[in-house]
Design a protein around this ligand. Sequence first.
Ligand code: NAD
Ligand code: 6OD
Length: 467
Amino acid sequence: MSFEQVAHFIGGSWVAEGEPFASYDPMTGQVNRQVHEADQAVVDRAVRAAREAAPGWAALPVAERAAWMRRLAEGIEARFDDLVAAEIADTGKPLEQTRTLDIPRGAANFRAFAEIAAQRPAEAFHLPDVLSYTVRRPLGVVAVVVPWNLPFLLMTWKLGPALVAGNTVVVKPSENTPGSAALFAEICASVGLPPGVVNVIHGYGETGRLLVSHEGVDGVTFTGSTRTGATIMKSVADRVKPISFELGGKNAGVVFADADLDRAIEGSVRSVFTNGGQVCLCTERLYVERPVFEEFCALLAERAASVVPQPMISAQHREKVLSYYALARDEGAKFLTGGGAPDGPGYFVEPTVVTGLPESSRFNREEIFGPVCHVAPFDTEAEAVALANDSDYGLAATLWTSSLDRAHRVAQRLEAGLVWVNTWYLRDLRTPFGGVKLSGIGREGGTQSLDFYSEPTTITIKLEGGA
Ligand code: NAD
Ligand code: 6OD
């Protein structure tokens, strides 16, 4: 398959159907690829292929499916450089990040869930003369709909557990980032994965809508914006399909005066600016204890000014981020650094730090998803917790302190699915991952993923001789 012309991968074959649309290189704004857009007929075909493959795949012992996951991981490693190139072409990510995070996590996702599934014990419950145990069955066909910011990492994060739990899948990557998903389809073919177990279709939101609402789809796993999540909920409501949602965030970072300031600055630079701020876990609100506020702001602004800008994913997203810079200006913010966009091609914006806005401002309440944060002072621990929790979202929070007691006390009071203390985005794939409030429904990671991608049947046996 040529990557300039991206086709669907259905039942083990390439299907070049549906009107082509263009995807763009964010570094230059030039057309990258032509991609076929899946219409109803293509979606039908993909779901049918997944349904046909489902019984055979589900019937395999888990150890065999786990072996397939390890083969996929090896296949990823064999095409490592191609995957890195595809991801960079679609996103403009830095080479170092793509080589050390995005693509290795693809292989790690398959290996981790192979291990977790293969070692998972069955549940059994005893009463006098009664034995109950559960068997878990896959949902069937799972729709996997993913965004553009960590395309390969997030797709494989869902595929590993969905497949090892015995489901077949139809994946729809973002219209902005079809490349690594198309390459992954090649990898599925090259390792000999049974046809129909993984199907990849391309398109915009309408293709996603056709897929998630399809009557042949038994469950939906979605990562993306809260607004799209709400739309998907409506699309699947009539068929009450299981959903797992990893949605947006407006993440807070809290820096106490007792923190190691160098470490807090270093970590905050990472947590605000990694991937151009286009990570759902990025910090957009920083609260700093007043005695170190001025010093922290000065150091953060200095470091931010030397961050190498990374492009936004699209011209449209660049406009959105710049509109928040303009909004901050209108709302009377003080810009500590940035606030504009460099000249030249590509979808770049300047890394930006602002202060002085009220908590109620749109800038402080809405997810921007760019290389930007607002910094505000606080005076007490209780105030810091209240400020951090004053959000419609609750995905991740960071906490910087040298007090062990405070670390535990505050971490347990933060309304977020993930709290990092003196670090950021440090992952153990066995832990529950996801958010509260508008940041999601359910958790993925470890056995929580396996639970979502399967359903238990409880079998209760009355033993002879009982009442
Ligand atoms: P998006 O919601 O616009 O799109 C995500 C995916 O959904 C794309 O593949 C898109 O084509 C598809 N889609 C759009 N409309 C659809 C519909 N009606 N039905 C089915 N599918 C549809 O999000 P995005 O702009 O691609 O990604 C950025 C957002 O994702 C941010 O809000 C970010 O916080 C969030 N995100 C969350 C996490 C997390 O783990 N919580 C991770 C990454 C990104
Ligand atoms: O690391 C992960 O497993 C994960 N789901 C990250 C999500 C990042 C959001 O942009």
